[in-house]
Design a protein around this ligand. Structure first.
Ligand code: ZN
Ligand code: ZN
Length: 201
């Protein structure tokens, strides 16, 4: 069996999981798990995702509240400019003690550790490993980022995109336009020239 503490996403929480009312702060980088988006819109596997927040122990589990900041690399769907920016997502998730059901004795420091197994699981619930010794945040990072990444990223919310006729970047040339009357105007010029020519006869 693979030792869970060797997982880069396993956070040791045994100290606070032993009883309610404790907390542990996290402020560190974790590698981005695989499977977040694709090559165009996604987070590349292994790039550092910064996780800052805290675990708070309550009677039946650990609550994690914090913020993930991932390096988001993509391109704007309107102007095709590369996007390279930090992507922050706030999370609140629950790690219930149910996997520690056979380990009730360990909490014997005055306060009783109440184990409630099989509570209705919400989708923001993740398991603790090794009888509550570790919180594995791999799935948490993946799910959170997959859900929050934009399907159609923009370099800025009001990106003007590219000119549909010549491809010029309309953000850089706000006055750029093509005179749609060009052709008709050319026709008038020709007519004018023709009239002048006739007058000159
Ligand atoms: Zn853009
Ligand atoms: Zn143009």
């Amino acid at each position: 069996m693979a030792r869970v503490e060797h997982s880069p996403w396993a956070i040791p929480v045994a100290q606070i999981a032993s009883r309610a009312g404790q907390s542990k702060t996290i402020d560190a980088d974790f590698p981005a798990p695989s499977g977040i988006g694709d090559d165009i819109v996604g987070i590349k596997e292994g790039t550092p995702v910064h996780v800052r927040g805290q675990f708070d122990s309550i009677v039946d589990g650990l609550i994690f509240t914090g913020r993930l900041v991932a390096p988001f690399v993509s391109e704007c769907t309107r102007c095709l400019k590369p996007i390279d920016k930090d992507w922050p997502v706030d999370v609140t998730v629950f790690f219930p003690y149910e996997s520690a059901a056979h380990d009730t004795v360990r909490g014997g420091k005055g306060e009783e550790v109440e184990i409630i197994a099989g509570e209705d699981e919400s989708e923001d619930t993740y398991p603790l490993l090794e009888n509550g010794a570790f919180a594995d945040i791999e799935a948490l990072i993946r799910d959170t980022l997959v859900e929050s990444l934009p399907l159609q990223p923009l370099c800025k919310p009001d990106c003007k995109g590219l000119c549909s006729q010549c491809g010029a970047d309309l953000n850089e040339e706000p006055d750029h336009h093509h005179d749609v009357a060009d052709i008709r105007f050319a026709g008038l010029e020709a007519l004018k020239a023709q009239l002048e020519a006739e007058q000159g006869k």
